[in-house]
Ligand binder design. Structure first.
Ligand SMILES: [Zn+2]
Ligand SMILES: [Zn+2]
Length: 216
């Protein structure tokens, strides 16, 4: 019989994961859980924990991506993850949309959104993961060539009516990499027209697209 290291009462429960008895009794573990919860909710502690958690997540982006990828690849777990996600979205549609809108108001939020939507498409093809930093590098490279946001295919300026997308030069559908090298800042019309066309086919057709643009 194990004795609780805190109060010396008998410990009757075992840790299901390890199969070993706990070192503290149920009452003491319950006390500890309440204490920890209160401690973590102290404003100064909560801030600190949020910050260290963020740092850890930022440091382990690739590791986490690999871990998630392996979990999604497991038929049983993958199916469960997808079902939970669908349910969660259905139940919290409004909140999720509002949070997304708030994120899109800050530069860091926009980079994260761009990274995750590009990753989402890539994940379907398991083509690698981009970080916010990678997406920032795409824009940094863009501004070394162009003084303002410009479509890298048709060279038209990006405006409110002509928003920009990030396009995979070699489409993921054709085995293209989800990497900075394979991504261009392009206008929405170009991106939508290019879709899964080969880049060279698309570029040959650019003039006719322009004539269509001028007429409409
Ligand atoms: Zn105890
Ligand atoms: Zn364009």
């Amino acid at each position: 019989m194990t004795k609780c290291l805190r109060c010396s009462r008998a410990v009757t429960t075992t840790n299901k994961r390890t199969g070993k008895p706990y070192i503290w009794c149920d009452a003491c573990r319950k006390w500890k859980a309440t204490y920890d919860k209160e401690y973590r909710s102290r404003p100064d502690v909560a801030d600190k924990l949020r910050e260290t958690g963020l740092q850890r997540r930022r440091k382990n982006v690739t590791k986490k991506a690999d871990y998630d990828k392996a979990r999604r690849a497991d038929p049983h777990i993958g199916q469960k993850i997808r079902r939970k996600k669908r349910e969660h979205y259905a139940q919290n549609r409004e909140e999720i949309r509002e949070r997304q809108n708030r994120r899109s108001l800050t530069p860091a939020g926009r980079l994260a959104i761009a990274a995750s939507s590009t990753n989402r498409r890539a994940r379907l093809k398991e083509a690698g993961t981009l970080t916010s930093q990678d997406i920032e590098n795409v824009y940094v490279r863009h501004y070394t060539t162009f003084s303002s946001l410009t479509c890298e295919y048709c060279r038209m300026p990006i405006t409110e009516d002509r928003p920009h997308h990030l396009d995979h030069v070699v489409p993921l559908a054709k085995g293209g990499a989800n990497s900075v090298d394979n991504i261009r800042v392009v206008c929405a019309p170009c991106n939508l027209r290019k879709k899964a066309l080969d880049l060279c086919v698309f570029l040959r057709r650019l003039p006719e697209y322009f004539r269509l643009d001028l007429r409409s």
